[in-house]
Design a protein around this ligand. Structure first.
Ligand SMILES: *[C@@H]1O[C@H](CO)[C@@H](O)[C@H](O)[C@H]1NC(C)=O
Ligand SMILES: *[C@@H]1O[C@H](CO)[C@@H](O)[C@H](O)[C@H]1NC(C)=O
Ligand SMILES: *[C@@H]1O[C@H](CO)[C@@H](O)[C@H](O)[C@H]1NC(C)=O
Length: 506
């Protein structure tokens, strides 16, 4: 028992003396390695002496003695920019970032006048002070390199340090897709100082060509329109965050912005031109007979379906934003056109199936539409007018009623397609005479007088120059189809003019 205690005491004593010796050895009382005759050392030996802990603290700023601002000059060489798919709202960047600053503590011209440069990779980076920068809009970033990270540091005799690193980063870019796919996007890379505020460390772009782009830069879906750089100061303190004396005040920041224009070619060939063709295809219906229900419905629905399929494959690639995009306006308009071609068929087909012949004051769209949309009202109005006007017109009406009787012959009204307008004065009371203008009426009366046939005294002057026409519903349907053949393409061209002007000029 006693023996064990003394043994333990001896052991303790031994342990304390060993630690004491150790601390003695590593105490700073040991002289710093001399830098005299620096040219005789190898590069790594010289550097280990120059940046020895006894004279160099890599946690301290290069200017900690004088308290001056450290100026860090940056430049970048961009190998590659790849905007991600539109719905990701980010882009990938490969670049070489080069930072340049002066560390007076590393100026070795005095000690090693023959040495031109000290160059090293990450091992050298571990020994000297380097500014800590970060990308504030990064999604992810990393140093590139396979075996070891691609870092290069060179120290000039005057203490100027060049620090290069090859990086890849995925950065956020908040795109505005309102004019998609005719949009231009500006995306930027924001570099900020992490540890030191702007009163200590100032970031600057190199004066000449701070950002150079690789000549082989290839952007598949975009074209690079412009790029520029900015220097700024950002507020570092995050409100109500106790950052323990760390981040407070303003921080120096660098920004590299580039403007991308989307290549429209793909969208033109894959979306806009096909959809124009589909809309044009829906007009074929106007050349089919109004009672050809099966072909016309098939045409309308199949064009509608194929257009929706085309548009939805397009919309799948886009982010779900709440505002309306230019491509959606196009979609709505094309859907509208195809839909109204279908509606036109329904309208025309309904008219086609009507039995009653329509009397028209004039063959123009106003009266035809009036009589087709409100057939009863139109007929009443017409009758009233006819009764109010001179007795000659009642005669003309009798003519038209004659024609009506004729058209209800066993052949059926649906196939009575001949135009019953005549514009020549005729003395013959053929049943096809259904139109007589006042002038014609009078002149025909004059002729009638001369010929002493159905003569009546046309003494009262005509109040208006009227032309009375009768049209069968089938004629009206065909008339509407014929007008639609022109109207629909014209409206579509008009819409296109407005759309493309809006897209390219605003
Ligand atoms: C950034 O720089 C560009 C060109 O140098 C300039 O047009 C733009 O106004 C600057 N932006 C800011 C926010 O300073
Ligand atoms: C930070 O910058 C803003 C203007 O950019 C300035 O008003 C403010 O005083 C600055 N703050 C500090 C602590 O320097
Ligand atoms: C900047 O940082 C230094 C040291 O980290 C600090 O003393 C100084 O107050 C800071 N400046 C501002 C404006 O916060």
């Amino acid at each position: 028992m006693m023996n064990l205690k003394t043994l333990f005491g001896q052991f303790l004593l031994l342990a304390t003396t060993v630690t004491a010796q150790k601390t003695l050895q590593s105490s700073p009382t040991l002289a710093c390695p001399s830098l005299d005759n620096g040219d005789s050392y190898t590069q790594s030996e010289f550097l280990s002496r120059l940046a020895n802990e006894c004279r160099y603290d890599r946690l301290l700023l290069p200017t900690y003695l004088s308290g001056d601002v450290v100026y860090v000059h940056a430049s970048a060489y961009v190998y590659f920019i790849q905007p991600a798919e539109a719905h990701d709202l980010n882009f990938k960047l490969h670049f070489l970032l080069q930072l340049r600053w002066t560390d007076p503590r590393l100026a070795y011209a005095l000690y090693s006048p023959e040495r031109s440069k000290i160059i090293g990779e990450s091992d050298l980076r571990q020994r000297v002070w380097v500014p800590h920068l970060y990308m504030s809009n990064e999604q992810s970033s990393s140093l590139m390199g396979t075996d070891s990270k691609d870092v290069l540091i060179s120290i000039a005799p005057d203490g100027e340090v060049l620090f290069s690193r090859r990086m890849q980063a995925v950065l956020y870019c908040w795109m505005n897709l309102q004019k998609f796919p005719f949009d231009e996007q500006t995306c930027s890379m924001n570099l900020e100082s992490w540890k030191y505020n702007a009163s200590i460390l100032r970031l600057m772009w190199e004066r000449d060509n701070p950002v150079r782009l690789s000549s082989e830069l290839h952007l598949t879906e975009y074209s690079l329109i412009d790029y520029w750089t900015n220097e700024s100061v950002v507020r570092g303190d995050i409100v109500n965050m106790r950052l323990g004396g760390g981040r407070s005040g303003n921080y120096s920041a660098l920004k590299f912005t580039f403007k991308l224009g989307r290549e429209v070619g793909y969208y033109l060939m894959d979306y806009f031109i096909p959809s124009m063709m589909i809309v044009a295809m829906s007009w074929v219906t106007f050349w089919l007979q109004a009672d050809a229900a099966a072909p016309r419905i098939t045409l309308g629905t199949s064009t509608m379906l194929s257009f929706i399929t085309l548009a939805s494959s397009q919309a799948k690639t886009l982010p779900k934003v709440s505002y309306i995009k230019a491509s959606e306006i196009w979609f709505l308009a094309c859907t509208g056109f195809i839909f109204s071609a279908l509606v036109e068929f329904a309208f025309v087909n309904t008219i086609w199936r009507r039995k009653k012949v329509v009397n028209l004051k004039k063959v123009n769209s106003k009266y035809i539409l009036k009589s087709t949309l409100t057939p009863r009202l139109a007929r009443k109005e017409l009758q009233k007018e006819l009764q109010e006007s001179s007795p000659q017109l009642t005669k003309s009406r009798s003519c038209s009623s004659l024609s009506q009787n004729h058209s209800t012959d066993p052949a059926g009204p649906a196939y009575n397609n001949y135009l019953t307008v005549h514009s020549f004065p005729s003395a013959l009371n053929l049943p096809t005479i259904t139109t007589q203008s006042f002038d014609e009426l009078i002149s025909s009366q004059g002729m009638n007088k001369q010929q002493n046939s159905t003569g009546s005294e046309g003494s009262d002057p005509p109040p208006k120059n009227h032309t009375w026409t009768t049209m069968t519903p089938q004629e009206i349907a065909t008339w509407i189809d014929k007008r639609s053949r022109v109207l629909f393409p014209l409206l579509f061209i008009f819409f296109n003019i407005i759309y493309w002007t809006f897209v390219y000029c605003l």
